[in-house]
Design a protein around this ligand. Structure first.
Ligand code: PLP
Length: 428
């Protein structure tokens, strides 16, 4: 892997830290073929990276190369291609482990993504450890992926779901922990960065509070791992989950990281090939970590793509990417705040690049349709966070979300398109 400070796109000059380094966004854009296409005869302005990111050529080519040169099933065949595929697949696991600060690759379980990783923990850990009368604590800003699996588990075992409320700025009301966090809580599952409000949650404080009552923590890092340096061990959480497709990698793969002792104590979730030790007609024994949790043929080409995405992001440097997105988000907040009738939801500072807003008099769906005609791709709806929208008193919101390839001129185009939508609706 290239060193973070030596990246061709974001290397630090003398006297600069990596995060302050000049970030050559135009060079970054050259790496993403899709950014050169037009939509409705306009230049594409892609502001929906919180839903899924675009993919650089390095990822597309790595997957193409895999299928052209190395394709075979992993961990099975005693032939050359299978050995190569297995090496690439396990190399991807080692890449992920390094990228998120895991103690060892065996603590990284490949899943289909964040959603499947949470379902794995809910079923394997939750099924074995949660009893009637126990509680799971989440927050009001969770994505449905970090809510519904816990509801299903709670219903099955007779447990209770509690939620930390948010204040009007979209930050967690930590004062409510006194009331919500007691010894009945066995797990605190929360997002590091909100996919709607962009809120950065105070991981260290939440982990310390959970530990004080003996609860484990699961960190939904779907909106953090793609955008900032994340070190699972340093954060002190017990489980961490994320998806490749939001970090320049392919769809269909993501990961669960968990502490070895926890993963070892958990029963498997899905059964089948790859995850067994010995099988008889009546019963089976399980493979060791991480295979115990990877039943069936895994997403091999996708693992190769994820490794290429990690190389790509690492080559630029996560601090440089974070600094670029911070600047851009600050600029977007400034520009959008000038627009009449526009209300930004969530904190205005110390936040991620997902920016939800409402335009008075225009439904978010109409807004996104009008913007689409200008080539500007934003998202409208509840963004898989219905309880959060209920708390905000909104049926839906519009959301622009930024990534390493977005520019100030794209923010300007967003702002112009929003003004035009007001004209179309006859608003002053
Ligand atoms: N958690 C958060 C915070 C998200 O933003 C998302 C996706 O938008 C998910 C979980 C679910 O991710 P996936 O659909 O890749 O499983």
């Amino acid at each position: 892997m290239r060193e973070a400070t030596a990246g061709a796109r974001g290397g630090a000059a003398a006297g600069e830290t990596a995060s302050e380094a000049r970030f050559d966004v135009e060079a970054v854009r050259e790496d993403f073929p899709i950014l050169h296409r037009a939509v409705h005869d306009r230049r594409l302005i892609y502001l929906d990276s919180a839903a899924t990111s675009q993919k650089p050529l390095a990822v597309i080519e790595a997957m193409d190369r895999y299928y052209r040169m190395h394709n075979a099933n992993v961990h099975r065949g005693a032939h050359r291609l299978s050995e190569e595929a297995t090496t690439l697949y396990e190399r991807a696991r080692a890449h992920v482990a390094r990228f998120i600060g895991a103690a060892e690759p065996a603590e990284v379980v490949f899943t289909r993504g964040t959603t499947e990783a949470i379902n794995l923990v809910a079923n394997a850990w939750g099924g074995a450890n949660l009893r009637a009368g126990d509680a799971i604590l989440v927050t009001e800003m969770e994505h449905h992926a970090n809510l519904v699996p816990w509801q299903m588990l709670a219903e099955r075992v007779g447990a209770e779901i509690r939620a930390i409320p948010i204040d009007d700025d979209g930050r967690l009301e930590l004062g409510a922990l006194d009331r919500l966090l007691d010894r009945r809580v066995k797990l605190l599952a929360f997002t590091q960065v909100s996919n709607v409000l962009g809120t950065h949650n105070p991981v260290a404080e939440l982990v310390a509070a959970a530990r004080a009552v003996g609860a484990l923590t699961l960190l939904d890092a779907a909106q953090s791992v793609p955008h900032m340096p994340v070190d699972a061990a340093a954060l002190g959480v017990d489980f961490l989950v994320f998806s490749a497709h939001k970090m320049c990698g392919p769809t269909g793969i993501g990961a669960l990281w968990g502490r070895r002792a926890l993963l070892e104590a958990m029963p498997p979730w899905q059964g089948g090939g790859e995850m067994i030790g010995r099988v008889t007609i009546q019963r089976s024994t399980w493979a060791g970590l991480p295979q115990k949790f990877e039943a069936g043929t895994p997403a091999i080409a996708e693992a190769v793509g994820l490794a290429a995405a990690i190389d790509y992001l690492h080559g630029i440097g996560m601090p440089a990417i974070q600094a670029h997105e911070r600047r851009l988000t600050r600029y977007a907040i400034e520009r959008l705040s000038e627009l009449p009738g526009l209300r930004i939801h969530g904190p205005l500072e110390d936040r991620g690049g997902a920016l939800a807003f409402s335009m008075e008099g225009i439904h978010p769906h109409d807004l996104s349709t009008i913007l689409d005609r200008q080539g500007v791709a934003i998202r409208a709806g509840h963004h898989c966070a219905m309880p959060l929208h209920e708390r905000l008193g909104l049926p839906a919101s519009a959301r622009a979300s930024f990534y390493l390839y977005n520019t100030e001129s794209e923010v300007d185009a967003l702002s112009r398109a929003l003004l035009q939508s007001r004209e179309i609706f006859g608003l002053a």
